[in-house]
Design a protein around this ligand. Sequence first.
Ligand code: CAA
Length: 380
Amino acid sequence: MIFKLSEEQKNVVQAARDFAQTYLLPEVIERDEEQRFPTEEIRKMGEMGFMGMLVSPKYGGGGMDTLSYVLALREIAKIDASAAVCMSVNNSLVCWVLESYGSEHIKSKYLIPLASAQAIGAFCLSEPESGSDATAQHTTAIEQEDHFLLNGTKNWITNGNTASYYVVIAQSNPEKKYKGINAFLVEKSWEGVVVGKKENKMGIRGSDTHSIMFQNVRVPKENLIGESGKGFNYAMEILNGGRIGIAAQALGIAEGAYELSLAYSKQRKAFGEAICNHQAIRFKLADMATRIEASYLLCLQAAQKRQAGEDFSKEAAMAKIFSSETAMWTTTEAVQIHGGYGYVKEYHVERLMRDAKITQIYEGTSEIQRLVISRAILGK
Ligand code: CAA
């Protein structure tokens, strides 16, 4: 498959690259160290149209194609993987499902502010005892006369405290197993919504990860997203799209580390010449460039299939697994190329190495991606 970017797509890449250099780079090390969310930077990303890229202009979004989204996300992630995951969650896990399955009430009340980052969204699926086995939902949303009563705890919620609105997956009819699961739009300000502890993470420390407790929260029936009993299917569709976003994030992390390594290897001298002239380093750079190119092509392939309206679940899983493994490997080698300098914060690559690890875990571990791919090849 040949990918030739349009002028519009090239402009999106340039805009995202300029934005990341100007607004994200200056304090990225401090935000990581202080675990500080990039509040002002995300607001600006909203103004630039990066937080609702796929949403139609009717609801305040950019109306852009999936390739543009992937390319922009990669540029943001090259500099700041924490800002990138916030962008990915808002676009892929929240705006997408509201636009695809939400009622007009939900779209006008919630999607419009989310698409411009006047509000931020979060996706609440994982629980203390339900991660990879996502059908095992313990959070319940029991139907009452004019509302659902929501109870339970969600874990590892990206944008957990920053978000104003949560897409919450919960079980309404346990006898029906996953066909009893629903999706809801829940406001953080509602009585009974409690934001739990902030996680002290290895990487993506600028992102805001919390547990969220729902204690007898009355969710109006009009906040049910889509059809009753389809919540698990929506969650799986959401994650197919989300996995393209995380693949793009991982690609950006890998490229960021590669570009820093290339530049460093040209100016660092050892044994009388630049280290890029030593075969030990040249071959690492060659392998990095090759794996990054393959990740890029897998990301664009998944994005293109999605854009064409085809089933892209296998391609998204392939892009995610390959890009996240490339990110982990490339960042580790980047630290090695930098030697002692790679192990300290000023040179960025140690942060990129810590940031890379989560891309093999969230939105479906590498093991879950292999399960998705093998089921697509062999059946269940
Ligand atoms: N795309 C679309 N539909 C899918 C799907 C996919 N990739 N995978 C499963 N489904 C559908 C099936 O078709 C089936 O629907 P129907 O019966 O209506 O046809 C239904 O879902 C149940 O599927 P299975 O019987 O295959 O369910 P399973 O329990 O055997 O396997 C699983 C499901 C694939 C393991 C799933 O639980 C899964 O993807 N787990 C990983 C969860 C995950 O990625 N969590 C990430 C947390 S979110 C996060 O990280 C966000 C963040 O903040 C960054």
